[in-house]
Design a protein around this ligand. Sequence first.
Ligand code: NA7
Length: 528
Amino acid sequence: MTHHDVIIIGAGFAGLYQLHRLRGLGFDVRVVEAGGDVGGTWYWNRYPGARCDIESIEYSYSFDPDLEQEWDWTERYASQSEILAYARHVAERYDLRRDVVLNTRVEALDWDDEANRWTVTTDDGATSTARFVVAATGCLSMPSKPEFPGRDEFRGEQYWTSSWPHEGVDLSGKRVAVIGTGSSGLQTITAIGPDVASMVVFQRTPSYAIPARNGPVGERLREVRGHYPEFRELSRMAKTGFQCGEEETGWFVETDRDTADRELERRWLEGGLCYTQTFQDVLRDAEANEAASEYVRARIRQKVDDPVTAAKLTPTSYPVGAKRMCVDTGYFETFNRDNVSLVDINEEPIRRITERGIVAGDTEYEVDVIVFATGFDAMTGALNAIDIRSGGTTLREKWATGPRTYLGLMSAGFPNLFTITGPQSPSVLSNMMTSIEYHVDWIANALQHLRDHDLERIEPDPAAEDNWVTTTNDVADLTLMPRAASWYMGANIPGKQRVFMPFVGGVGTYKQYCDGIAIAHYHGFELT
Ligand code: NA7
């Protein structure tokens, strides 16, 4: 049985950087990755049109100024293939692959309270031990595959956006059904619309989508490269871990209506996820939110020719931003095509899948291909898939009524186990790159501190954890975010406890909090 100082689970952007940082500090580290290559999310999600919706100048590592200068992004929003190429480049450039074991899934973690170490079991039957484990397992990495009766009978092809075939799929000239209209569904639908013979989209909840206004990044990249350190510092202190010109942002309630409308239009024309930052109170005040929501609804109605289809595509049941917003490049216009139609499954529920297609309401929709874009068991899914045991209990049992963590970094009773972008940290409400780098650095500093002080164990004090859980819930309740049945709430997974999982207080605030705790000798943690 091999022993390491640290075993990292996952070789996405979090795992790769954690390896680099800890190796630099002289730790003996091994990364275990289920996929056939590095890249995490960007390794698996290769469906047509897959693209990041955070700008490439922000969605990139900041830890090495040379890397920032040498990697050329081509577009404002990078495509999946470009981001995967970047992950591979990083793996090569820092010689990371020699410590990464691919095609191997971690199945169990067992804490030995005497020896202060974890036993890690993988799906090849092997076990190894480590003083520390870092779960870099991702927030949207455990696909949700809802059961549709009769699915096995379907004679055509079936694909999940979350595990798209690597050899690619030729959909041209085929009759295609797409189930799901979140970010993945939107991108797929927009990309394949012109190629397929016909497409029927099955929608449960319409999405708010803001135009991407994608294009070459050119001049902007050159400009930012001239002052990247200052640029990154602003992103680290921003609410979402990327910049939305927050310093200029006012409050809707203090703004006259004409000015407010002009501001919404400005943000709409700028494009992208900064839209909900138009005013400080969009995600907090119902009136401010309604103005922002209504602005998007009006734009959707303008884009879609058929009023009935437009009405179905227009979200009215929840506030903009309370579910993950989408960024689109012609999604709504796709429904103006003659070969594309929409089924609202609230009106026509999916009854079953047959050998020929999908029966919804009283109609059988005959298709050659079904694409499932049904999302993920977010934030806790990948962690709960591992049998994590300590002191006679499992993390899954502990989290049965919702995740409990201190700072989203550790969970009491599970010593020496860190979670990068874990629940109750800003994670999915932020630029993942900013949040990942922050957690990686925080964890690296903590391990260095332990080593320097001859300590071998760290875990949260249960009282500190209780306070953090209360704080995250209280902060969420100050916003409109819990007012939608979203995957932030676990609402997309039948039977999952509904509790708002990410920390909504902002990336900059969170950083100050965690920095302060580290400086105060890891206040709220027990170090032994
Ligand atoms: P999402 O955003 O969770 O979208 C999944 C979609 O699938 C969403 O429209 C769901 O409707 C729909 N869905 C889920 N289950 C069903 C069933 N059983 N029947 C019909 N429709 C269903 O996942 P994505 O992969 O699109 O995006 C994930 C993240 O990637 C995204 O937020 C960005 O961070 C990038 P619902 O809304 O739950 O009613």
